[in-house]
Design a protein around this ligand. Structure first.
Ligand SMILES: O=C(O)CCC(=O)C(=O)O
Ligand SMILES: [Fe+2]
Length: 507
């Protein structure tokens, strides 16, 4: 909207704006490079910092007084400490601060904070700022900020607009995730439990594949609250948000209580919504009955939503079936160090994860070259297998619906036991009442399948022994070093760079 046509007040606060008309509809393409994917002009006209060096007019930053001493990065952090009223007022002081105080991520935090204090009714109005201030589009002020030059403000806009196609197309043939129609349990157990794969015809007979679309869910569950990250929203609100937001990392609906909320049943009996695919065989966490950790989720999100790099909880494997839409997956085996993914010392968390778009822009090309990298698309009616411990980043290429379930196949029992035992502080998803998940799982296995337990414990002991030996090789154990030891050292050295074929973490 051109400012000259817009009302000059925003909500109840009178505001004289000195912006000029600005046409926000032209695409921005670097001259002379037809292949450069275009990023549209920022709706407020904000430009990347580099453009300052070609600009001739006044620089809006010169009007921010004492704040001029602060770099943009610090200014952005400072704003995080202000309350809603202060951010709003500060934004009315000049164009540069209007641009900063309109940065919608700040308003997203303010909104979520306000909702966590007290749940209140609201109407989604296209941005977190307009929603929190309850400003309809026609009363939301737009100021022409075309003399604001800031990467801190412009970069997130690029990330939320960059075409995903450039990353997801042209998957190198050697990286392609194997695709098959279906698989038997025998094949899975023998050859596939350690590898990602896509099954194209395993879940197409699920009733939800015929019944569920975003539209049909809207008709049936408009008023049902679903969990989207930290908030519970009625589906109609989330649906509205999905199709009318500009977030770099859109809020992702991820609900583990969906079956109860939607009053559906899961399993092979008559009248159920879907069932777990046969090929994964028995799920050993079923032995935990009602004490098993959270294990199934309904996932809904707009284009660009998704999951940043992570490993699934408790050493479990997972399957993920797309009901509507399409997902791009990029995956790495457990021991690979992925460019741009920084893991804490005990590998319990990915420290400061980048947004999906930022990672794709900065690191995708490099990561794709690693020999362990695998990638693929999962379309509606298809299912993907995530083996225990594998890293994965997932992005929705279209608005869509998926169902996922975590499970413990017999072939990964030792990994799960090892996780529950050796990383007790990282175990997640159990109810508080379950104080000793490892003890409980061992007890149930002892009762129901003692032989399997013995085999897994033996495997575990062997793995620990192998790790210990390798650790001794890495650190060396005497002052003197013969040829033999020098050679062992070099083996240890390569192991240290993650070239092993199993999870080579030193406990
Ligand atoms: O569909 C997605 O975003 C992937 C979900 C996922 O990785 C998970 O549930 O662990
Ligand atoms: Fe996952």
């Amino acid at each position: 909207m051109l400012l000259s046509q817009a009302p000059r007040s925003e909500g109840d606060i009178g505001f004289e704006a000195n912006g000029v008309g600005y046409n926000g509809s032209n695409d921005f393409v670097l001259p002379g490079d037809e292949s450069t994917p275009s990023v549209p002009l920022h709706p407020l006209g904000i430009k990347p910092l580099g453009n300052l060096y070609l600009a001739s007019g006044p620089n809006a930053r010169n009007s921010i007084g004492t704040f001029q001493t602060l770099p943009d990065e610090v200014l952005a952090v400072l704003l995080e400490y202000l309350d809603q009223g202060c951010v709003r007022q500060l934004g009315y002081t000049c164009k540069f601060l209007f641009a900063f105080c309109s940065y919608d991520d700040i308003w997203k935090s303010l909104f979520l904070e306000a909702q966590s204090r007290e749940k209140f009714a609201f109407t989604w109005r296209g941005s977190w700022r307009s929603t929190l201030l309850d400003l309809p589009e026609e009363r939301t002020l737009k100021v022409d900020c075309n003399n604001v030059f800031s990467d801190v403000l412009h970069r997130p806009f690029v990330c939320s607009n960059v075409s995903l196609d450039q990353f997801t197309s042209n998957i190198p043939a050697r990286n392609q995730i194997s695709r098959m129609r279906d698989m038997t349990y025998d094949e899975f157990a023998r050859n596939w439990s350690n590898k990602p794969f896509i099954l194209t015809h395993s879940v197409q007979s699920w009733p939800v594949c015929q019944k569920w679309t975003l539209d049909s869910l809207l008709k049936t569950y408009a008023e049902v609250d679903f969990r989207a990250e930290a908030v519970d929203w009625p589906f109609e609100t989330y649906h509205e948000y999905m199709f009318n937001n500009y977030d770099e990392s859109p809020l992702y609906l991820f609900d583990r209580k969906f079956a109860e909320k939607m009053k559906i049943t899961v399993g092979k009996e008559d009248g159920t919504a879907y069932w777990k695919p046969d090929c994964f065989g028995p799920d050993l966490f079923e032995l935990l009955g009602s004490e098993r950790p959270a294990h199934r989720w309904l996932i809904i999100g707009p284009e660009r939503s998704g999951s940043t790099f992570h490993k699934d909880p408790n050493g479990t494997s997972a399957w993920n079936a797309v009901i509507q839409g399409a997902k791009y997956w990029i995956m790495f085996p457990p021991s690979v160090a992925i460019p741009g993914v920084y893991v804490s010392k005990d590998s319990s968390e990915v420290t400061s994860p980048l947004s999906i778009a930022e990672w794709l822009l900065e690191f995708h090309a490099e990561a794709r070259k690693l020999p362990e990298c695998v990638e693929g698309f999962c379309h509606a009616g298809e299912l993907l297998h995530v083996p225990s411990g594998w890293w994965h980043l997932v992005v929705n290429l279209e608005p869509g619906i998926a169902l996922t379930q975590n499970f413990v196949p017999e072939s990964h029992l030792s990994e799960v036991l090892s996780f529950l035992k050796d990383r007790a502080d990282q175990v997640s998803g159990f109810e508080k009442a379950v104080s000793d998940p490892y003890g409980l799982f061992v007890e149930r296995l002892e009762q129901q399948n003692p032989e399997l337990l013995q085999t897994a414990l033996q495997e575990l002991a062997q793995k620990q022994e192998r790790r210990k030996r390798r650790w001794d090789v890495v650190v060396g154990d005497s002052g003197e070093e013969g040829d033999d030891q020098a050679q062992k050292r070099s083996i240890g050295f390569s192991f240290g760079f993650g070239l092993g074929d199993e999870e080579d973490e030193i406990p």
